[in-house]
Design a protein around this ligand. Sequence first.
Ligand SMILES: Cc1cc2nc3c(=O)[nH]c(=O)nc-3n(C[C@H](O)[C@H](O)[C@H](O)COP(=O)(O)OP(=O)(O)OC[C@H]3O[C@@H](n4cnc5c(N)ncnc54)[C@H](O)[C@@H]3O)c2cc1C
Length: 460
Amino acid sequence: MSVDSGDAKIRVAVIGSGPAGSYAAGHLLRHSATELHVDLFERLPTPWGLVRAGVAPDHPKIKSVTRVYEKTAEHARLRYFGNVEFGRDLTVEDLRAHYNAIIYAVGTPIDRELGIPGETLERSYAATDFVGWYNAHPDFAEHEFDLRGERAVVIGAGNVALDVARMLMLSERELACTDVADHALAVLARSNIREVLVVGRRGPQQAAFTNPELLELAELAEAEVAVSREDIALCDGIEDPGIDAIARRNDKIMHDYAALAGGEKARRIELRFLLSPIEIHGTNAVEAVTFARNELVASDDGSLRARATAERLTIPAHTVFRAIGYRGTPLPGVPFDEARAVIANAGGRVTDEQGARHGEYVVGWAKRGPSGVIGTNKKDAADTVERLLEDLGGGRLLSPAPVSDAALATYIHDRAPHAVDYAGWVRIDRHELALGAASGRPRVKLTTIAELLAIAEREQ
Ligand SMILES: Cc1cc2nc3c(=O)[nH]c(=O)nc-3n(C[C@H](O)[C@H](O)[C@H](O)COP(=O)(O)OP(=O)(O)OC[C@H]3O[C@@H](n4cnc5c(N)ncnc54)[C@H](O)[C@@H]3O)c2cc1C
């Protein structure tokens, strides 16, 4: 008999410690009819997914949501295994042999491509890379961004495009009091970029910005915000039948921006509309972008879509940031829906050609694609956990051979010798906070796996 008498435990492996995985773990632990035991796996030594590695450094309040995730992670029935990657250290067979259920919460880590000539020129950057770099994600620590030119074009009309534009336009003083990666602070402080054009293919009413992100553009210390009057005039009088309260307010804010006189600050962000990039030009590196002028036409379902006219517009630019969305990548041994670029699922149950795969579930962006704010993942995770509990009640979970907590931990450590436990993450957290306190910043992030492990594994 095992010393911890854990043999009969119902065990759930959650893969990914971003908002979706953290909320899913919280919902599982709150379930009272049966005590569930959660092992939370994360490929980085550090938890919290895009809250640490996506949310912009100048949005500290948004990051405070991690207090909720910390409470979950400190629960007696949860074990955190950082620096353990599904597909590299553990396979789906390993997990199916030891857990009653697996929940994938791996997000959608790569950028969507534009699919136009010149996309791979130097100085044409994926927003995913830039965001990871300024947020000290170890995968991007070695990336280099050339910000020596005066104009950058950001392609996309969502909050990530605005984050990129803002990060390029924040002054050194504004950046220096954030947790931006040190390597990014050094480069951004020396940036020559004076103008950022944020370009959407449809009009202001169709932009995916949220109101606060749009409004804060007017609060930048050294950059003013403008909206192209020419572009906005082309959309005036065309009411989107699907317009909601957020889009209506966006439309009003953008008309207010278009009416601003401008010209007082040294830098500017301009929002442009009805333009689709068709080619990025340059010998080796970006020199200009050609756009097709679009018009708005009604689709069969009544929504307004962009249709290219014959008009072309070429805008000189030194850098391009492609911010048209994130996409998922397949996990080894896990069915993938290529069309939607998410893990194949029906309402959170992973599916293959035979239907639902017993004991496998998905939450968050890996389930529904890259849309929605942090809070959206809470209800989304609850829905999937509800399906899991239905399957638990119906006897449809996996039935692995019983294993003790200690034996399972040994099994995981054999496969991932540098796994970081929650105490290891707390050591990293305290270290980063202390570095921050010493320099008047909220936190100074460590940027390489080696540095993170050195602190996590430090003798107490
Ligand atoms: C640039 C950007 C800025 C944003 N800003 C905001 C904001 O200000 N406010 C807001 O409300 N929302 C914001 N969002 C949206 C929010 O971040 C998402 O809704 C949320 O993070 C999605 O949660 P998730 O858990 O599905 O994915 P993620 O947050 O991506 O988490 C996935 C986790 O899984 C891990 N993982 C991946 N593969 C593996 C593997 N094979 N093995 C183990 N672990 C793995 C990853 O390392 C990561 O920790 C932003 C998104 C982006 C991209």
